[in-house]
Design a protein around this ligand. Structure first.
Ligand code: NAP
Ligand code: MG
Length: 500
């Protein structure tokens, strides 16, 4: 990967954003959209940074048609050719990481250093899928009669519609893009309305990388119109969606044709800290995974169950750690711990979940309000907030807050902790801090989640399947399993008669 550390970006201008303003990316070209203009805000300042074009039905049709047309050639290119294109894309993205990060911070709010980290992880995903592209093996499966041979082939599904949220504007687009390209699918991407420019910036890199026209297309606009039009489009073969459980369910129910669906949905992720835990490590983990990206993470720790013997110590230390986090404009302070929240909507929900908890008897340990000062007046800022002595009567413990708020409650025995952790319609990620082997084994078996992270808070990595169960979704991203989501299987049963 090229070095990126000497890049300079002008954080006072939004050159990238003005270049991408009002553009759609269809059939290999940027075109000014013909539809209504919708404003995009900088969440740190409340200023309008640009406008997107709401794609019209004709533009949706044009993008899907371009993807369909490109599919026949792209699906037949040699895997090595597709891998080379993905490697080039990864190199170009890494080489321009800082400029892309500034675009992301301007529309989403996360501090520039963190945004840059996300861009570099997208580059890593390009390289990972490039390598996977050349290792898609079929199978020869045993037959039930002599003289036959059965081959199970993998064939790319076709045109993918990717619909993505605003919390990770690069990675959540990129995983679907990279897997599609590696498999030989083509893709039409509808990024979140409030974070469109990062996706358009990725399209610029696709052009530079020489990815053929029509293989990648980007449409901006409202999910309920443009996203829905893609879901309903008869020429879309698969919908790859990341977002809320409510919209995921709506997509599943409103899809008028049979098509492949992968749904990466909401979470309400527990952490269990047992009596044998390294409490300092648990506090560090909880601080990071509850508050990073202002808690706007599907795998954020929402609720923490702590063994009564270490409960008070843990709560006190978590409060101190939360209070020590800096909340700042992430463009002006690239190294801030937290920027603003991405919009008014998740901020309002956070305040509502906090009020609900306090009203039902929770104890405020840290945060609880917006930071004070002129620099915060027009942005969507909130201090990292810890509430203790929580119960499952409170929304903070039972609903996805998607904000910098975490609830803590004590437990006495491990089976109680497992029951509380599993008492949710969600099943995305769970966390354990424990050193006793029996506790570790009991919890890794008992937690009904697609991901269990033990003595760490990073359950996702490129090489392993990542997905939720229950209302957290269907299907996987990452790993071999993630790539298989972009293939159809074909069983070819050949009668050759030899040995019959
Ligand atoms: P959202 O409201 O569900 O929106 C996600 C995407 O769907 C956006 O692009 C949205 O467009 C679009 N959309 C909305 N209505 C649609 C419809 N009827 N048909 C097709 N598309 C439609 O989610 P969000 O508020 O952006 O993101 C937060 C949620 O995402 C949280 O619940 C979080 O847990 C979840 N998430 C899950 C994962 C995971 O891996 N499991 C990862 C990250 C986030 P607009 O932006 O224009 O509304
Ligand atoms: Mg939403």
């Amino acid at each position: 990967m090229p070095k990126v550390k000497n890049q300079m970006a002008d954080t006072n201008s939004n050159e990238g954003i003005s270049r991408l303003d009002g553009q759609l990316f269809i059939g290999g070209s940027f075109v000014p959209g013909e539809g209504l203009r919708l404003p995009v805000e900088n969440p740190a300042t409340g200023t309008i940074i640009g406008h997107i074009a709401a794609a019209t039905q004709a533009e949706v049709n044009a993008a899907v048609f371009a993807a369909r047309k490109a599919f026949s050639a792209w699906s037949r290119t040699m895997p090595r050719t597709r891998a080379d294109a993905l490697h080039r894309l990864g190199n170009l993205i890494a080489a321009d990481a800082l400029n892309m990060a500034v675009i992301m911070t301007t529309e989403q709010g996360k501090p520039v250093n963190e945004a840059k980290g996300e861009i570099l992880k997208l580059a890593e995903a390009c390289h990972f899928y490039a390598e996977e592209a050349t290792r898609v093996f079929g199978e020869i499966v045993p037959n039930d009669q002599p003289g036959f041979q059965s081959l199970v082939m993998r064939e790319p599904i076709g045109v993918v519609a990717a619909i993505t949220p605003w919390n990770y504007p690069a990675e959540l687009v990129g995983w679907k893009l990279c897997a599609s390209l590696a498999a030989g699918c083509t893709i039409v991407i509808k990024p979140a309305e409030i974070t469109p420019y990062t996706a358009l910036a990725i399209a610029e890199k696709c052009v530079e990388a020489g990815i053929p026209a029509g293989v990648v297309n980007i449409l901006t606009g409202k999910g309920s119109l443009v996203g829905q039009a893609l879901v309903e489009h008869p020429q879309v073969d698969k919908v790859a969606f990341t977002g809320s459980s409510a919209v995921g369910l709506h997509i599943q129910q409103s899809c008028p044709q049979v098509k492949r669906l992968s749904l990466e949905l909401g979470g309400n992720c527990p952490m269990i800290v047992t009596a044998s835990a390294d409490v300092a490590a648990a506090v560090r983990g909880a601080t990071r995974r509850s508050f990073r990206n202002c808690g706007q993470i599907c795998i954020a720790v929402n609720r923490i169950y702590v063994h009564r013997s270490v409960y008070n110590d843990f709560v006190t230390r978590l409060g101190v750690a939360a209070d020590a986090l800096s909340v700042q404009n992430g463009l002006e302070n690239p190294g801030a711990d937290l920027g603003p929240m991405a919009s008014a909507e998740p901020l309002a929900k956070t305040a509502q979940h906090l009020a609900d908890a306090l009203q039902k008897g929770a104890r405020l340990v840290a945060g609880g309000k917006a930071p004070e000062g002129q620099g915060y007046a027009n942005g969507h800022f909130f201090r990292p907030t810890v509430v203790a002595d929580c119960t499952h009567a409170m929304k903070v413990m039972t609903e996805e807050t998607f904000g910098p708020l975490v609830g803590v409650a004590p437990f006495d025995d491990l089976s109680e902790a497992v029951a509380l952790a599993n008492d949710t319609p969600y099943g995305l990620a769970s966390y354990v801090f424990a050193r006793d082997l029996v506790e570790v084994q009991t919890l890794s078996q008992g937690l009904d989640y697609g991901n269990v992270a033990i003595n760490n808070v990073d359950p996702g990595m490129m090489n392993a399947p990542y997905g939720g169960r229950k209302q957290s979704g269907i299907g996987y991203e990452h790993g071999r399993e993630g790539l298989l989501e972009y293939f159809n299987f074909k069983h070819v049963r050949l009668h050759h008669g030899v040995g019959a």
